[in-house]
Design a protein around this ligand. Structure first.
Ligand code: MLT
Length: 406
């Protein structure tokens, strides 16, 4: 008789954004007259840039002709895209990453969930707290996290690195030594960033203790300050200790198109075994490549026109971020993030939990955000708003929150 992977049964509740969706849908069904504004999940709202649409049309046309039709994509991605990434995201920024160290995929969410497969189940992970839930949940599914404590909402075999107001929402080096360290900067959910010198400390630490860093840089396009690194490979030694995850979702609006990539440098080894070859083996076995059409769209992200249009799109969202940040500050909220990231992290009014504030905003002013506690215990008492809404909705949501009071 078949048996289940019991690790799945250990997962508490459902995935954060599914829970939110369910709650919002139930409220919407009961109050069809209300116009709900969603600033919860970090999903983009602006249409794809013209340069990307043009590339998509061109690629669709190619697929309709015998001479230019393409079947399976190469497992690791088309060279035209890997070259564009290596050139623009790495070489132009002084990072030593070559095209054959880039693995194209259908998005950073899958990669961030799948990457743990190449590590031993005995490995101990360290995560920021609060944290993007996929890192922990995917390790729970694999059976790497020990037992769950309902009261503290923590796993016994996970090292939590609190990111709280006192440390500027940036983790300190952990007291216990981890094997795998997940870092995400600009941070989801807090919108915090760290300087290159701070990131260098993490790289030095990982090299010293023999840990690997899984660096999620999905939001790098939102960095506006010069001393904030856009890639971990800006740091000395990162080629021997870090894997980087990137996404086209947030910098180019591909949440519904699906494209991302993972960088595994060839110098990253464990006992002489290259992680690059393990990830290539995994990719080749379990993945048949992102669609040609989508990879051509990804290439257009790096064209001069594409770059210009996407800079404008990022600026549009960051103007929303500024509007939320200033509006909520003026209303008396304690807010952070929103300067190098499309997320605004706010302290909920006294006496409310994150979920109580979620219900309050939903019911009183029909605005949806994300409860901080959904990202981990240190997120309790906080709330995340995204800058990915339309300008009109963002302005209205801020006005509504102001009228709700604090
Ligand atoms: C978020 O809202 O945290 C993100 O949009 C989720 C994701 O990128 O998967």
């Amino acid at each position: 008789m078949f048996r289940l992977n019991e690790n799945y049964l250990k997962l508490p509740g459902s995935y954060l954004f599914s829970t939110i969706n369910r709650k919002v849908s139930a409220y919407g069904a009961a109050h069809p007259d209300k116009r709900i504004i969603r600033l919860g999940i970090g999903d983009v709202t602006q249409p794809l840039a013209p340069a990307i649409i043009e590339a998509l049309h061109g690629a669709v046309e190619e697929m309709g002709h015998q001479e230019t039709f393409r079947g399976y994509a190469p497992d690791l991605g088309y060279e035209f895209l890997r070259n564009a990434i290596a050139e623009n995201d790495y070489k132009d920024r002084g990072c030593d990453i070559s095209a054959d160290e880039i693995f194209v995929s259908d998005g950073a969410k899958c990669d961030s969930g799948n990457i743990q497969e190449i590590f031993s189940l005995d490995n101990r992970i360290a995560v920021c707290d609060p944290v993007y839930p996929v890192y922990v949940d995917s390790n729970v599914m694999a059976g790497r996290t020990g037992t769950y404590d309902q009261k503290s909402e923590t796993w016994s075999n996970v090292i939590y690195m609190p990111c709280v107001a006192e440390n500027g929402f940036a983790p300190k080096l952990p007291g216990e030594t981890p094997d795998i360290i997940y870092l995400c900067f600009p941070n989801n959910p807090t919108g915090a960033v760290i300087t290159k010198a701070q990131l260098q400390e993490w790289v030095d630490y990982a090299c010293r203790v023999g840990a690997v860093i899984i660096y999620d840089a999905a939001y790098e396009a939102y960095i506006s300050q010069a001393d904030i690194p856009r890639s971990i490979y800006e740091c000395q030694g990162a080629r021997t200790c870090a894997i980087e995850l990137r996404s086209f979702s947030k910098n180019a609006g591909f949440t519904g198109v699906r494209l991302g990539f993972t960088v595994v440098p060839k110098d990253l080894k464990c006992g002489g075994v290259s992680l690059h070859s393990l990830w290539a083996r995994r990719h080749g076995t379990k993945y048949n490549g992102a669609p040609y059409i989508v990879q051509r769209a990804g290439e257009a992200v790096y064209s001069p026109e594409g770059k210009k249009q996407l800079r404008a799109q990022v600026a549009y969202y960051m103007e929303n971020a500024r509007y939320i940040l200033d509006g909520l500050k003026a209303a008396g909220y304690t807010v952070s993030g929103g300067v190098n990231a499309p997320y605004i992290w706010l302290k909920v009014p006294k006496g409310m939990t994150s979920w109580e504030f979620f219900d309050y905003l939903l019911e009183e002013v029909n605005v949806v955000g994300t409860p901080g506690s959904g990202f981990g215990p240190s997120g309790e008492g906080y709330f995340r708003l995204t800058a990915f809404g339309s300008r009109e909705n963002t302005v209205e949501a801020v006005e509504r929150i102001k009228t709700a009071g604090i």
